[in-house]
Write a protein that binds this ligand. Structure first.
Ligand SMILES: Cc1cc2nc3c(=O)[nH]c(=O)nc-3n(C[C@H](O)[C@H](O)[C@H](O)COP(=O)(O)OP(=O)(O)OC[C@H]3O[C@@H](n4cnc5c(N)ncnc54)[C@H](O)[C@@H]3O)c2cc1C
Length: 475
Protein backbone atom coordinates (compact mmCIF):
# COMPACT_ATOMS: atom_id res chain seq x y z
CA UNK A 1 0.00 0.00 0.00
CA UNK A 2 1.50 3.37 -1.00
CA UNK A 3 1.08 6.63 0.91
CA UNK A 4 -0.02 9.76 -0.89
CA UNK A 5 2.61 12.48 -0.55
CA UNK A 6 1.01 15.60 0.95
CA UNK A 7 1.93 17.97 3.78
CA UNK A 8 -1.05 16.90 5.88
CA UNK A 9 -2.21 13.56 7.19
CA UNK A 10 -1.83 11.35 4.16
CA UNK A 11 -4.71 9.26 2.89
CA UNK A 12 -3.81 5.60 2.37
CA UNK A 13 -4.22 4.63 -1.29
CA UNK A 14 -3.99 1.39 -3.26
CA UNK A 15 -0.59 0.86 -4.86
CA UNK A 16 -0.70 2.07 -8.51
CA UNK A 17 0.64 -1.25 -9.86
CA UNK A 18 -2.09 -3.21 -8.08
CA UNK A 19 -4.97 -0.79 -8.59
CA UNK A 20 -4.53 -0.53 -12.33
CA UNK A 21 -5.66 -4.15 -12.49
CA UNK A 22 -8.87 -3.68 -10.50
CA UNK A 23 -11.88 -1.39 -10.14
CA UNK A 24 -11.73 -1.19 -6.32
CA UNK A 25 -11.57 2.21 -4.69
CA UNK A 26 -8.17 3.91 -5.04
CA UNK A 27 -8.26 6.11 -1.93
CA UNK A 28 -8.89 4.02 1.15
CA UNK A 29 -10.03 6.60 3.69
CA UNK A 30 -8.71 7.76 7.06
CA UNK A 31 -8.58 5.53 10.10
CA UNK A 32 -10.03 6.93 13.38
CA UNK A 33 -6.53 7.88 14.52
CA UNK A 34 -5.76 9.72 11.27
CA UNK A 35 -9.10 11.55 11.46
CA UNK A 36 -8.41 12.65 15.03
CA UNK A 37 -4.92 13.88 14.07
CA UNK A 38 -6.22 15.77 11.03
CA UNK A 39 -9.18 17.22 12.95
CA UNK A 40 -6.75 18.52 15.57
CA UNK A 41 -5.18 20.77 12.92
CA UNK A 42 -8.38 22.85 12.57
CA UNK A 43 -8.07 26.31 14.18
CA UNK A 44 -11.85 26.68 14.66
CA UNK A 45 -11.88 30.13 13.03
CA UNK A 46 -14.82 32.24 14.23
CA UNK A 47 -15.44 33.68 10.75
CA UNK A 48 -15.60 30.20 9.14
CA UNK A 49 -14.00 31.09 5.79
CA UNK A 50 -14.10 27.39 4.84
CA UNK A 51 -17.89 27.26 5.21
CA UNK A 52 -18.19 30.35 3.02
CA UNK A 53 -16.33 28.41 0.32
CA UNK A 54 -18.85 25.53 0.46
CA UNK A 55 -21.72 25.89 -2.05
CA UNK A 56 -24.12 24.16 0.37
CA UNK A 57 -22.79 26.00 3.45
CA UNK A 58 -21.74 23.04 5.65
CA UNK A 59 -20.74 24.30 9.14
CA UNK A 60 -17.23 22.92 8.75
CA UNK A 61 -15.61 24.14 12.01
CA UNK A 62 -18.60 22.75 13.96
CA UNK A 63 -18.35 19.27 12.40
CA UNK A 64 -14.57 19.20 12.86
CA UNK A 65 -14.98 20.25 16.53
CA UNK A 66 -17.12 17.10 16.97
CA UNK A 67 -14.48 15.02 15.17
CA UNK A 68 -11.87 16.34 17.65
CA UNK A 69 -14.08 15.14 20.50
CA UNK A 70 -14.37 11.72 18.87
CA UNK A 71 -18.13 12.28 18.36
CA UNK A 72 -18.11 11.02 14.76
CA UNK A 73 -21.87 10.38 14.62
CA UNK A 74 -22.52 13.91 15.88
CA UNK A 75 -20.14 15.21 13.20
CA UNK A 76 -22.05 13.30 10.50
CA UNK A 77 -25.34 14.76 11.74
CA UNK A 78 -23.86 18.27 11.69
CA UNK A 79 -22.83 17.85 8.03
CA UNK A 80 -26.23 16.41 7.12
CA UNK A 81 -27.95 19.57 8.35
CA UNK A 82 -26.80 21.09 5.04
CA UNK A 83 -25.58 18.19 2.87
CA UNK A 84 -27.55 14.99 2.25
CA UNK A 85 -24.77 13.29 0.27
CA UNK A 86 -21.63 13.65 2.44
CA UNK A 87 -19.94 10.32 1.56
CA UNK A 88 -20.18 11.31 -2.11
CA UNK A 89 -18.99 14.88 -1.63
CA UNK A 90 -16.13 13.75 0.63
CA UNK A 91 -14.90 11.68 -2.32
CA UNK A 92 -15.46 13.74 -5.45
CA UNK A 93 -15.80 17.43 -4.50
CA UNK A 94 -12.99 19.67 -5.72
CA UNK A 95 -12.30 20.79 -2.12
CA UNK A 96 -9.02 22.39 -3.19
CA UNK A 97 -11.08 24.96 -5.12
CA UNK A 98 -13.76 25.39 -2.44
CA UNK A 99 -13.68 24.93 1.34
CA UNK A 100 -9.99 24.03 1.57
CA UNK A 101 -8.98 26.98 -0.60
CA UNK A 102 -10.27 29.29 2.15
CA UNK A 103 -8.68 27.45 5.10
CA UNK A 104 -6.34 29.88 6.86
CA UNK A 105 -3.78 27.11 7.45
CA UNK A 106 -3.35 27.04 3.68
CA UNK A 107 -1.66 30.46 3.76
CA UNK A 108 1.50 29.02 5.32
CA UNK A 109 0.99 25.27 5.43
CA UNK A 110 -1.35 22.73 3.93
CA UNK A 111 -5.06 23.39 4.52
CA UNK A 112 -7.03 21.04 6.78
CA UNK A 113 -8.09 17.97 4.74
CA UNK A 114 -11.79 18.83 5.07
CA UNK A 115 -12.94 16.47 2.30
CA UNK A 116 -11.12 13.50 3.83
CA UNK A 117 -12.68 14.24 7.22
CA UNK A 118 -16.13 14.56 5.65
CA UNK A 119 -15.65 11.19 3.94
CA UNK A 120 -14.45 9.63 7.19
CA UNK A 121 -17.44 10.69 9.29
CA UNK A 122 -19.96 9.82 6.54
CA UNK A 123 -18.42 6.33 6.18
CA UNK A 124 -18.31 5.93 9.96
CA UNK A 125 -22.00 6.77 10.21
CA UNK A 126 -22.90 4.40 7.38
CA UNK A 127 -21.24 1.44 9.07
CA UNK A 128 -21.68 2.27 12.77
CA UNK A 129 -24.55 4.74 12.95
CA UNK A 130 -28.27 4.25 13.48
CA UNK A 131 -30.36 3.44 10.38
CA UNK A 132 -31.73 6.53 8.66
CA UNK A 133 -35.43 7.15 9.20
CA UNK A 134 -38.25 9.19 7.69
CA UNK A 135 -38.12 12.97 8.00
CA UNK A 136 -41.05 13.02 10.47
CA UNK A 137 -42.13 16.34 8.93
CA UNK A 138 -45.76 17.45 9.11
CA UNK A 139 -47.22 16.77 5.62
CA UNK A 140 -48.05 19.91 3.65
CA UNK A 141 -50.40 17.96 1.37
CA UNK A 142 -48.55 19.30 -1.67
CA UNK A 143 -46.85 17.26 -4.37
CA UNK A 144 -43.61 18.23 -6.14
CA UNK A 145 -42.09 16.42 -9.15
CA UNK A 146 -38.32 16.26 -9.56
CA UNK A 147 -37.05 15.33 -13.02
CA UNK A 148 -33.63 13.67 -12.84
CA UNK A 149 -31.99 11.88 -9.90
CA UNK A 150 -28.49 13.36 -10.10
CA UNK A 151 -27.04 15.25 -7.13
CA UNK A 152 -29.17 18.30 -7.84
CA UNK A 153 -32.50 16.44 -8.08
CA UNK A 154 -31.67 14.33 -5.02
CA UNK A 155 -30.89 17.47 -3.00
CA UNK A 156 -34.23 19.05 -3.92
CA UNK A 157 -36.02 15.79 -3.09
CA UNK A 158 -34.34 15.49 0.33
CA UNK A 159 -34.82 19.13 1.32
CA UNK A 160 -38.49 19.29 0.27
CA UNK A 161 -39.30 15.93 1.87
CA UNK A 162 -37.83 17.24 5.12
CA UNK A 163 -40.26 20.16 4.84
CA UNK A 164 -43.25 17.83 4.48
CA UNK A 165 -43.74 17.83 0.69
CA UNK A 166 -44.67 14.66 -1.14
CA UNK A 167 -41.85 14.35 -3.67
CA UNK A 168 -41.67 12.03 -6.69
CA UNK A 169 -38.35 11.79 -8.54
CA UNK A 170 -38.59 10.71 -12.20
CA UNK A 171 -35.37 9.15 -13.52
CA UNK A 172 -34.84 8.19 -17.17
CA UNK A 173 -32.26 5.44 -16.50
CA UNK A 174 -32.83 2.14 -14.68
CA UNK A 175 -30.60 3.20 -11.79
CA UNK A 176 -30.85 6.53 -9.93
CA UNK A 177 -27.87 8.83 -9.26
CA UNK A 178 -27.09 10.56 -12.56
CA UNK A 179 -23.40 10.99 -13.29
CA UNK A 180 -22.64 9.53 -9.86
CA UNK A 181 -23.66 6.09 -11.20
CA UNK A 182 -23.17 6.27 -14.94
CA UNK A 183 -20.12 8.54 -15.20
CA UNK A 184 -17.79 8.53 -12.20
CA UNK A 185 -16.05 5.13 -12.04
CA UNK A 186 -16.32 2.64 -9.20
CA UNK A 187 -12.63 3.16 -8.26
CA UNK A 188 -13.34 6.81 -7.43
CA UNK A 189 -16.88 6.49 -6.10
CA UNK A 190 -18.12 2.99 -5.21
CA UNK A 191 -21.74 2.54 -6.30
CA UNK A 192 -22.57 0.91 -2.97
CA UNK A 193 -21.98 4.33 -1.41
CA UNK A 194 -24.17 6.13 -3.94
CA UNK A 195 -26.93 3.55 -3.37
CA UNK A 196 -26.70 3.99 0.41
CA UNK A 197 -26.99 7.78 0.17
CA UNK A 198 -29.93 7.52 -2.26
CA UNK A 199 -31.59 5.01 0.09
CA UNK A 200 -31.34 7.62 2.87
CA UNK A 201 -33.12 10.16 0.65
CA UNK A 202 -35.83 7.56 -0.07
CA UNK A 203 -36.14 6.80 3.66
CA UNK A 204 -36.86 10.48 4.26
CA UNK A 205 -40.00 9.82 2.20
CA UNK A 206 -39.17 10.71 -1.43
CA UNK A 207 -40.40 8.27 -4.08
CA UNK A 208 -37.87 7.50 -6.84
CA UNK A 209 -39.32 6.15 -10.12
CA UNK A 210 -36.75 4.77 -12.58
CA UNK A 211 -37.17 4.11 -16.34
CA UNK A 212 -39.32 7.27 -16.44
CA UNK A 213 -38.28 9.65 -19.21
CA UNK A 214 -40.13 12.94 -18.79
CA UNK A 215 -40.85 14.34 -22.23
CA UNK A 216 -41.76 10.78 -23.33
CA UNK A 217 -44.02 9.23 -20.69
CA UNK A 218 -45.40 12.61 -19.56
CA UNK A 219 -44.50 16.20 -20.30
CA UNK A 220 -43.75 18.85 -17.69
CA UNK A 221 -47.17 20.40 -18.45
CA UNK A 222 -48.84 17.04 -17.87
CA UNK A 223 -47.06 16.70 -14.52
CA UNK A 224 -48.39 20.13 -13.52
CA UNK A 225 -51.89 19.14 -14.66
CA UNK A 226 -51.56 15.85 -12.77
CA UNK A 227 -51.47 17.37 -9.29
CA UNK A 228 -47.79 18.31 -9.00
CA UNK A 229 -47.78 21.93 -7.86
CA UNK A 230 -44.15 22.54 -8.76
CA UNK A 231 -41.63 20.76 -10.99
CA UNK A 232 -37.84 20.83 -10.56
CA UNK A 233 -35.82 20.03 -13.68
CA UNK A 234 -32.38 18.58 -12.83
CA UNK A 235 -31.72 16.65 -16.02
CA UNK A 236 -28.00 17.40 -16.27
CA UNK A 237 -25.79 17.72 -19.32
CA UNK A 238 -25.60 14.25 -20.81
CA UNK A 239 -25.34 14.98 -24.52
CA UNK A 240 -21.75 14.35 -25.68
CA UNK A 241 -19.93 16.91 -27.80
CA UNK A 242 -17.83 15.85 -30.80
CA UNK A 243 -15.06 17.66 -32.69
CA UNK A 244 -16.60 17.17 -36.14
CA UNK A 245 -13.32 15.91 -37.58
CA UNK A 246 -13.12 13.21 -40.25
CA UNK A 247 -13.32 9.65 -38.93
CA UNK A 248 -15.45 10.27 -35.84
CA UNK A 249 -18.02 7.70 -36.96
CA UNK A 250 -15.47 4.87 -37.33
CA UNK A 251 -15.84 1.77 -35.17
CA UNK A 252 -13.56 2.17 -32.16
CA UNK A 253 -14.51 5.80 -31.55
CA UNK A 254 -16.56 6.35 -28.41
CA UNK A 255 -17.98 9.38 -26.71
CA UNK A 256 -16.72 9.37 -23.11
CA UNK A 257 -20.38 9.16 -22.13
CA UNK A 258 -20.92 5.88 -23.94
CA UNK A 259 -17.57 4.49 -22.82
CA UNK A 260 -18.15 5.35 -19.16
CA UNK A 261 -21.83 4.34 -19.17
CA UNK A 262 -20.98 0.93 -20.59
CA UNK A 263 -18.15 0.53 -18.10
CA UNK A 264 -19.82 1.89 -14.96
CA UNK A 265 -23.60 1.68 -15.24
CA UNK A 266 -23.71 -1.48 -17.36
CA UNK A 267 -20.67 -3.00 -15.58
CA UNK A 268 -18.84 -3.96 -18.78
CA UNK A 269 -15.72 -4.51 -16.66
CA UNK A 270 -17.50 -7.55 -15.25
CA UNK A 271 -18.48 -8.95 -18.69
CA UNK A 272 -19.56 -11.78 -19.22
CA UNK A 273 -21.12 -11.84 -15.71
CA UNK A 274 -22.94 -8.72 -16.91
CA UNK A 275 -24.42 -8.53 -20.42
CA UNK A 276 -22.70 -5.42 -21.82
CA UNK A 277 -19.31 -5.93 -23.49
CA UNK A 278 -16.76 -3.21 -24.24
CA UNK A 279 -13.98 -3.37 -26.79
CA UNK A 280 -10.76 -1.63 -25.82
CA UNK A 281 -7.78 -2.13 -28.11
CA UNK A 282 -4.10 -2.03 -27.18
CA UNK A 283 -3.65 1.68 -27.84
CA UNK A 284 -6.21 4.19 -26.60
CA UNK A 285 -6.28 7.96 -27.05
CA UNK A 286 -8.58 10.07 -24.87
CA UNK A 287 -9.24 13.53 -26.26
CA UNK A 288 -9.70 16.20 -23.55
CA UNK A 289 -8.13 17.24 -20.23
CA UNK A 290 -10.95 17.24 -17.65
CA UNK A 291 -12.13 14.76 -15.02
CA UNK A 292 -14.13 12.93 -17.67
CA UNK A 293 -10.97 12.41 -19.76
CA UNK A 294 -9.01 11.16 -16.71
CA UNK A 295 -11.81 8.77 -15.75
CA UNK A 296 -11.98 7.40 -19.30
CA UNK A 297 -8.20 6.94 -19.51
CA UNK A 298 -8.02 5.18 -16.13
CA UNK A 299 -10.96 2.90 -17.06
CA UNK A 300 -9.27 2.03 -20.37
CA UNK A 301 -6.11 0.95 -18.51
CA UNK A 302 -8.13 -1.20 -16.13
CA UNK A 303 -9.99 -2.74 -19.07
CA UNK A 304 -6.66 -4.01 -20.42
CA UNK A 305 -5.27 -1.35 -22.78
CA UNK A 306 -1.47 -1.48 -23.00
CA UNK A 307 -0.96 2.24 -23.79
CA UNK A 308 -3.31 5.06 -22.92
CA UNK A 309 -2.65 8.69 -23.72
CA UNK A 310 -4.51 11.90 -23.04
CA UNK A 311 -4.48 14.25 -26.03
CA UNK A 312 -5.02 17.83 -24.82
CA UNK A 313 -4.53 20.98 -26.80
CA UNK A 314 -3.31 23.23 -23.96
CA UNK A 315 -0.53 22.66 -21.40
CA UNK A 316 -0.78 20.67 -18.16
CA UNK A 317 -1.29 23.90 -16.21
CA UNK A 318 -4.54 24.62 -18.02
CA UNK A 319 -5.91 21.10 -17.70
CA UNK A 320 -9.30 21.35 -15.98
CA UNK A 321 -9.06 17.94 -14.25
CA UNK A 322 -8.63 17.92 -10.47
CA UNK A 323 -4.91 17.79 -9.71
CA UNK A 324 -5.32 14.65 -7.62
CA UNK A 325 -7.10 12.85 -10.48
CA UNK A 326 -4.42 13.81 -13.00
CA UNK A 327 -1.68 12.71 -10.57
CA UNK A 328 -3.39 9.38 -9.98
CA UNK A 329 -3.76 8.85 -13.74
CA UNK A 330 -0.06 9.57 -14.34
CA UNK A 331 0.97 7.25 -11.47
CA UNK A 332 -1.06 4.52 -13.15
CA UNK A 333 0.78 4.97 -16.45
CA UNK A 334 -1.44 7.32 -18.48
CA UNK A 335 0.73 9.42 -20.83
CA UNK A 336 -0.04 13.09 -21.43
CA UNK A 337 0.22 14.27 -25.01
CA UNK A 338 -0.08 17.99 -24.29
CA UNK A 339 -0.34 20.95 -26.69
CA UNK A 340 -1.70 18.46 -29.20
CA UNK A 341 -5.06 18.03 -30.89
CA UNK A 342 -6.44 15.47 -33.33
CA UNK A 343 -7.18 16.59 -36.89
CA UNK A 344 -8.56 13.27 -38.20
CA UNK A 345 -9.08 9.66 -37.25
CA UNK A 346 -7.86 7.17 -39.82
CA UNK A 347 -9.69 3.88 -40.39
CA UNK A 348 -8.74 0.53 -41.95
CA UNK A 349 -10.65 -1.15 -44.78
CA UNK A 350 -13.08 -2.70 -42.26
CA UNK A 351 -14.05 0.69 -40.88
CA UNK A 352 -12.13 0.37 -37.59
CA UNK A 353 -9.76 2.98 -36.17
CA UNK A 354 -6.09 2.35 -37.00
CA UNK A 355 -4.41 5.72 -36.45
CA UNK A 356 -4.86 9.24 -35.17
CA UNK A 357 -3.48 12.24 -37.00
CA UNK A 358 -2.66 15.13 -34.67
CA UNK A 359 -1.18 18.62 -34.83
CA UNK A 360 1.00 20.38 -32.25
CA UNK A 361 0.07 23.68 -30.59
CA UNK A 362 1.93 26.42 -28.74
CA UNK A 363 0.47 28.81 -26.20
CA UNK A 364 -0.41 32.33 -27.34
CA UNK A 365 -2.13 35.27 -25.60
CA UNK A 366 -4.79 34.63 -22.90
CA UNK A 367 -8.33 34.11 -24.24
CA UNK A 368 -11.67 35.14 -22.64
CA UNK A 369 -11.30 32.31 -20.05
CA UNK A 370 -7.99 33.87 -18.91
CA UNK A 371 -6.07 30.79 -20.09
CA UNK A 372 -3.40 31.13 -22.76
CA UNK A 373 -4.90 30.42 -26.16
CA UNK A 374 -3.54 27.35 -27.97
CA UNK A 375 -2.18 28.27 -31.41
CA UNK A 376 -1.55 25.64 -34.12
CA UNK A 377 2.05 25.11 -35.25
CA UNK A 378 1.85 24.96 -39.05
CA UNK A 379 3.27 21.77 -40.58
CA UNK A 380 3.56 19.94 -37.23
CA UNK A 381 1.07 17.19 -38.13
CA UNK A 382 2.02 13.64 -37.12
CA UNK A 383 0.27 10.28 -37.03
CA UNK A 384 0.16 7.75 -34.19
CA UNK A 385 -1.13 4.16 -34.51
CA UNK A 386 -4.34 3.83 -32.48
CA UNK A 387 -7.10 1.28 -31.83
CA UNK A 388 -9.57 3.26 -29.77
CA UNK A 389 -10.37 6.97 -29.56
CA UNK A 390 -12.52 8.36 -26.72
CA UNK A 391 -13.94 11.86 -27.13
CA UNK A 392 -14.07 13.63 -23.75
CA UNK A 393 -14.41 17.24 -24.87
CA UNK A 394 -17.53 18.18 -22.90
CA UNK A 395 -21.26 17.62 -22.78
CA UNK A 396 -24.31 19.72 -23.55
CA UNK A 397 -27.78 19.61 -22.01
CA UNK A 398 -30.19 17.00 -23.35
CA UNK A 399 -32.84 19.00 -25.28
CA UNK A 400 -35.84 16.74 -24.51
CA UNK A 401 -37.39 18.84 -21.72
CA UNK A 402 -36.93 22.18 -23.49
CA UNK A 403 -38.32 20.74 -26.73
CA UNK A 404 -41.41 19.34 -25.02
CA UNK A 405 -42.03 22.39 -22.78
CA UNK A 406 -42.42 25.29 -25.22
CA UNK A 407 -42.50 28.15 -22.70
CA UNK A 408 -39.16 27.26 -21.07
CA UNK A 409 -36.52 29.70 -22.30
CA UNK A 410 -33.15 28.26 -23.27
CA UNK A 411 -29.76 29.94 -23.51
CA UNK A 412 -26.35 29.26 -25.04
CA UNK A 413 -25.74 25.59 -25.93
CA UNK A 414 -29.35 24.77 -24.96
CA UNK A 415 -29.07 25.34 -21.19
CA UNK A 416 -32.32 26.22 -19.38
CA UNK A 417 -32.56 29.84 -18.31
CA UNK A 418 -33.13 30.00 -14.53
CA UNK A 419 -32.61 32.58 -11.79
CA UNK A 420 -29.33 31.60 -10.06
CA UNK A 421 -30.71 32.62 -6.64
CA UNK A 422 -33.95 30.60 -6.83
CA UNK A 423 -33.81 28.30 -9.86
CA UNK A 424 -37.08 29.83 -11.11
CA UNK A 425 -37.41 29.35 -14.87
CA UNK A 426 -39.48 31.40 -17.28
CA UNK A 427 -42.46 29.10 -16.61
CA UNK A 428 -44.44 29.53 -13.40
CA UNK A 429 -44.03 26.63 -10.97
CA UNK A 430 -41.07 25.18 -12.88
CA UNK A 431 -37.60 25.40 -11.37
CA UNK A 432 -34.28 24.12 -12.69
CA UNK A 433 -30.69 23.73 -11.52
CA UNK A 434 -27.43 21.82 -11.84
CA UNK A 435 -25.75 21.05 -15.16
CA UNK A 436 -28.95 21.65 -17.18
CA UNK A 437 -28.63 25.34 -16.22
CA UNK A 438 -24.87 25.87 -15.86
CA UNK A 439 -23.60 23.35 -18.38
CA UNK A 440 -21.25 20.62 -17.15
CA UNK A 441 -19.98 21.71 -13.69
CA UNK A 442 -19.56 19.96 -10.32
CA UNK A 443 -21.53 17.76 -7.94
CA UNK A 444 -21.52 20.35 -5.19
CA UNK A 445 -22.56 23.25 -7.44
CA UNK A 446 -25.50 21.10 -8.66
CA UNK A 447 -26.37 20.41 -5.02
CA UNK A 448 -26.09 24.11 -4.13
CA UNK A 449 -28.52 24.96 -6.93
CA UNK A 450 -30.85 22.23 -5.66
CA UNK A 451 -30.79 23.68 -2.13
CA UNK A 452 -31.60 27.18 -3.32
CA UNK A 453 -34.40 25.89 -5.55
CA UNK A 454 -35.91 23.74 -2.76
CA UNK A 455 -36.07 26.81 -0.51
CA UNK A 456 -37.63 28.86 -3.34
CA UNK A 457 -40.19 26.13 -4.16
CA UNK A 458 -41.14 26.06 -0.48
CA UNK A 459 -41.58 29.85 -0.43
CA UNK A 460 -43.64 29.67 -3.65
CA UNK A 461 -45.92 26.90 -2.41
CA UNK A 462 -46.18 28.38 1.11
CA UNK A 463 -47.25 31.71 -0.36
CA UNK A 464 -49.92 29.91 -2.33
CA UNK A 465 -50.97 28.11 0.80
CA UNK A 466 -51.16 31.35 2.86
CA UNK A 467 -53.12 33.04 0.04
CA UNK A 468 -55.54 30.11 0.06
CA UNK A 469 -55.94 30.26 3.85
CA UNK A 470 -56.57 34.04 3.85
CA UNK A 471 -59.04 33.81 0.93
CA UNK A 472 -61.07 31.14 2.77
CA UNK A 473 -61.08 33.02 6.13
CA UNK A 474 -64.53 34.50 6.96
CA UNK A 475 -64.35 38.30 6.65
C1 LIG B 1 -17.15 11.23 -15.92
C2 LIG B 1 -17.47 12.40 -15.05
C3 LIG B 1 -16.68 12.65 -13.95
C4 LIG B 1 -16.98 13.71 -13.11
N1 LIG B 1 -16.21 13.91 -12.00
C5 LIG B 1 -16.56 14.88 -11.12
C6 LIG B 1 -15.83 15.05 -9.89
O1 LIG B 1 -14.86 14.35 -9.61
N2 LIG B 1 -16.24 16.02 -9.04
C7 LIG B 1 -17.31 16.80 -9.30
O2 LIG B 1 -17.67 17.61 -8.47
N3 LIG B 1 -17.99 16.70 -10.46
C8 LIG B 1 -17.65 15.75 -11.37
N4 LIG B 1 -18.35 15.62 -12.54
C9 LIG B 1 -19.47 16.54 -12.81
C10 LIG B 1 -20.69 16.19 -11.97
O3 LIG B 1 -20.88 14.80 -11.92
C11 LIG B 1 -21.94 16.89 -12.53
O4 LIG B 1 -21.68 18.28 -12.54
C12 LIG B 1 -23.17 16.61 -11.67
O5 LIG B 1 -23.45 15.22 -11.62
C13 LIG B 1 -24.39 17.35 -12.20
O6 LIG B 1 -25.50 16.98 -11.45
P1 LIG B 1 -26.98 17.12 -12.02
O7 LIG B 1 -27.87 16.63 -10.93
O8 LIG B 1 -27.18 18.48 -12.54
O9 LIG B 1 -27.04 16.15 -13.29
P2 LIG B 1 -26.69 14.62 -13.55
O10 LIG B 1 -25.79 14.05 -12.54
O11 LIG B 1 -26.29 14.56 -14.97
O12 LIG B 1 -28.10 13.90 -13.39
C14 LIG B 1 -29.17 14.16 -14.28
C15 LIG B 1 -30.11 12.98 -14.27
O13 LIG B 1 -31.28 13.32 -15.01
C16 LIG B 1 -31.68 12.20 -15.77
N5 LIG B 1 -32.49 12.69 -16.90
C17 LIG B 1 -32.09 13.37 -18.01
N6 LIG B 1 -33.13 13.65 -18.79
C18 LIG B 1 -34.23 13.14 -18.17
C19 LIG B 1 -35.61 13.10 -18.49
N7 LIG B 1 -36.06 13.68 -19.61
N8 LIG B 1 -36.47 12.48 -17.65
C20 LIG B 1 -36.01 11.89 -16.50
N9 LIG B 1 -34.70 11.91 -16.14
C21 LIG B 1 -33.83 12.52 -16.96
C22 LIG B 1 -30.37 11.59 -16.22
O14 LIG B 1 -30.54 10.22 -16.59
C23 LIG B 1 -29.54 11.73 -14.94
O15 LIG B 1 -29.70 10.63 -14.09
C24 LIG B 1 -18.07 14.58 -13.41
C25 LIG B 1 -18.83 14.36 -14.55
C26 LIG B 1 -18.55 13.27 -15.37
C27 LIG B 1 -19.40 13.04 -16.59
Amino acid sequence: MAEEVTGRNAMPVQDPKARVKNFHEVALGYTKEQALLEGARCRQCKKKPCSNGCPVGVDIPAFIALVKEGDFLGAAQKIKESNNLPAICGRVCPQEEQCEKHCILGKKHEPVAIGRLERFVADYERTAGPAAGSSGAVPTGKKVAVVGSGPSGLTVAADLTKLGYQVTVFEALHDPGGVLVYGIPEFRLPKEIVRAEIANVSKLGAEVLVDSVIGKIQSVDELLADGFEAVYVGTGAGLPNFMNIPGESLSGVYSANEFLTRTNLMKAYLFPDYDTPIKVGKRVAVIGGGNVAMDSARCALRLGAAEVCIVYRRSGQEMPARREEAEHAIEEGVHLNLLTSPVRIIGNSDGWVEALECIRFELGEPDESGRRRPVKIAGSEFTIPMDTVIMAIGNSPNPLISKTTPDLQTGRHGVLVADPATGATTKQGVYAGGDIVTGAATVISAMGAGKRAAAAIDRYLMRERSALISSTKPS
